[in-house]
Design a protein around this ligand. Structure first.
Ligand code: SF4
Ligand code: SF4
Length: 454
C-alpha cells in the first residue's frame, strides 16, 4: 500500500495560531522514549516501513518541533473494492430525514431544539446565551446556504452558476494555477488546501433533497478536471466543551466559513475565466476527497484526520476546469495509532464508533455506511439519535482525539510506538498529559470569559 513513498514535511508555520508548543516538549519526548527503553531510529523504521539504517537521521530531523514527517503516496492509500459502486446520497443519514419514519422523528426533535423552537435545558453549555451564540455562528450557513449541512446542493452561496469574466485572463499553466489557487484559497479563508484530480467515484450516484423529496442526477454543466478541497479549522477550546451548544457554535462557525470560503474561491476561479462549482457537504463524499487531495487520513471516528488539526476541521470543496496539479495522498501513522487508541469510541455518548481492531471493507451497521472502502464504519443512527436528545450536534469524537491538538512530541511518540508492544500505553499518556478532554466543566464555565482568535 505504501507504493513509491517519499517523505515530505509539514512546516511548523502551518501549526494553528492558537496552539503554542511548550518549550519542554522535547524533554517530555526524550523522557518518555528513554523511560520506555525504545530506540527512536529503529522504532521509526518499524512504524513507517523505512529501513532505519538508510534514513534515520532524516526521519528524526523531521520529527522535531519543526515538522511532521509524512509518507506521500502515488495512489489512494486506502483499499477500495474493484467493484466499488458510487454511493447514493439518499442513503445518507441527513437525507433519510426526508423519507425514513424513524429518522424523520429523530430529525424533527433535533431540528426543533437546534433552531431554538424548543428552549435549551438551561444546564451549563445549554443556556439561552449559549444557544444564541450557536445560532449566530450558524447564521451565515442557515440564511445564505440554507440546508447545505443536510447536503442540499446548488443554492445560496453554493450556487453552481456565477458570472464568468469574459476577458478570461486565465493562468499560464498548471503550475501557475496550482500556486494561484493555493494562495487565494488560504487568503480567502481556508485553513488547509489540497487538490485532487476529478474522480467520479466520490460523486454521489444520485442527489436527493430531503426537504422536497426530489431525486436528481449529478450533471455538471462542464467537465470538472479537479476538486479543490479546503479544510476549515474549528475552535480548539470550544471543542473541549463538547457536546454542548458551545461546541455546536464552533461547528456552526466553520459551516458558515465553509460557505463563504467556497463561494469566494469559486468567484476567484470564475474571475479568471474558468468554471467552478462550490460545495459543502453536498455533491461528493468530502472525507474521501480530503484523503485524495493529500489533506490527511481516515480515522476510527470516520473523519479526516489532518496532521495540523487532527479531525477538528470541516471540509468544503470546489469542482473546476481550471488547470492545476493534483496533490498526492499522505499517511502519517493514523491507522496504526487508531488500532489501539479508542479514545473516540470511549468518549462517544451513543457508542456509535466501532471498536473493531482493524478497519474493514464491510458495509457497516447501517445503509448510511458506504461499503467498498476499507475504513472503520460508525453507526449514524445512534449518533444522530444522540444529537436529537442532546439538542445540538456533539463533536466528542473530535475533541477526544489525540490528533486534535498539535503537539509534536506526541505525534512523534505515536509514530515511534504504534508498531511496538508498547502501543497500548499511548492512550494512557495522552490522558496523563491532559489531552482529549470532553465535556470539561471548567472549560464550559470559562468559555464566556476567554478571548478567542476569531
Ligand atoms: S458526534 Fe458524538 S455521538 Fe456522533 S459519533 Fe461522534 S462522539 Fe459519537
Ligand atoms: S480518538 Fe484515537 S482512535 Fe479515534 S480517530 Fe482519534 S486517534 Fe483514532
Amino acid at each position: 500500500m505504501e507504493e513509491n513513498f517519499k517523505e515530505k514535511e509539514v512546516p511548523s508555520e502551518q501549526a494553528p495560531a492558537n496552539q503554542t508548543k511548550s518549550k519542554n516538549n522535547l524533554n517530555r519526548r526524550q523522557f518518555l522514549l528513554s523511560s520506555l527503553g525504545i530506540g527512536v531510529a529503529t522504532a521509526v523504521g518499524a512504524t513507517i516501513g523505512v529501513n532505519p539504517f538508510t534514513k534515520p537521521e532524516e526521519a528524526l530531523a523531521e520529527g522535531t518541533e519543526k515538522s511532521i514527517p509524512l509518507i506521500v503516496h502515488d495512489n489512494m492509500p486506502i483499499e477500495i473494492a474493484k467493484d466499488y459502486k458510487r454511493f447514493n446520497q439518499k442513503n445518507t443519514i441527513f437525507c433519510r430525514f426526508g423519507y425514513d419514519p424513524e429518522i424523520m422523528s429523530i430529525g424533527k426533535t433535533f431540528s426543533e431544539k437546534f433552531h431554538g423552537v424548543v428552549p435549551p435545558s438551561g444546564e451549563p453549555g445549554f443556556t439561552e446565551t449559549d444557544a444564541a451564540v450557536a445560532l449566530a455562528a450558524w447564521s451565515v450557513d442557515h440564511e445564505f446556504a440554507t440546508n447545505s449541512e443536510f447536503g442540499v446542493p446548488n443554492q445560496g452561496l453554493y450556487a453552481w452558476e456565477g458570472p464568468i469574466n469574459q476577458r478570461k485572463p486565465g493562468v499560464k499553466d498548471a503550475e501557475d494555477g496550482t500556486s494561484k489557487i493555493k494562495k487565494a484559497a488560504k487568503f480567502l479563508g481556508a485553513s488547509l488546501v489540497g487538490i485532487a484530480d476529478y474522480d467520479d467515484r466520490w460523486v454521489y450516484s444520485e442527489f436527493f433533497n430531503p426537504f422536497t423529496g426530489e431525486n436528481s442526477s449529478p450533471e455538471f454543466s462542464f467537465e470538472p478536471k479537479h476538486v479543490i478541497v479546503m479544510a476549515i479549522e474549528m475552535d480548539y477550546e470550544s471543542f473541549l466543551t463538547a457536546p454542548t451548544l458551545l461546541e455546536s457554535a464552533a461547528a456552526g462557525l466553520a459551516y458558515s466559513h465553509m460557505a463563504e470560503t467556497a463561494h469566494k474561491v469559486a468567484t476567484f476561479i470564475r474571475q479568471l475565466g474558468y468554471q467552478a462549482i462550490p460545495c459543502g457537504n453536498d455533491t461528493a463524499i468530502s472525507p474521501a476527497l480530503g484523503v485524495q487531495a493529500g489533506l490527511g487520513e481516515l480515522g476510527r471516528n470516520g473523519l479526516l484526520i489532518t496532521p495540523q488539526y487532527g479531525p477538528r476541521v470541516r471540509l468544503c470543496k470546489v469542482f473546476t476546469d481550471m488547470p492545476m496539479n493534483a496533490d498526492k495522498p499522505i499517511t502519517f501513522g493514523v491507522e496504526r495509532f487508531c488500532e489501539t487508541c479508542m479514545k473516540c469510541a470511549d468518549s462517544c455518548p451513543s457508542k456509535a464508533i466501532s471498536r473493531d481492531k482493524k478497519p474493514s471493507m464491510q458495509q457497516g451497521p447501517s445503509i448510511s455506511n458506504n461499503p467498498g472502502v476499507r475504513k472503520w464504519a460508525i453507526n449514524p443512527e445512534k449518533c444522530f439519535k444522540f444529537w436529537s436528545e442532546n439538542g445540538g450536534d456533539c463533536g466528542s469524537c473530535i475533541a477526544s482525539c489525540p490528533y486534535n491538538k498539535l503537539d509534536v512530541w506526541h505525534h512523534e511518540l505515536a509514530r515511534t510506538m504504534a508498531g511496538t508492544p508498547a502501543a497500548p500505553m499511548l492512550r494512557s499518556m495522552d490522558d496523563l498529559f491532559g489531552f482529549g478532554k470532553v465535556n470539561d466543566t471548567q472549560e464550559i464555565k470559562d468559555w464566556w470569559k476567554k478571548d478567542t482568535k476569531y
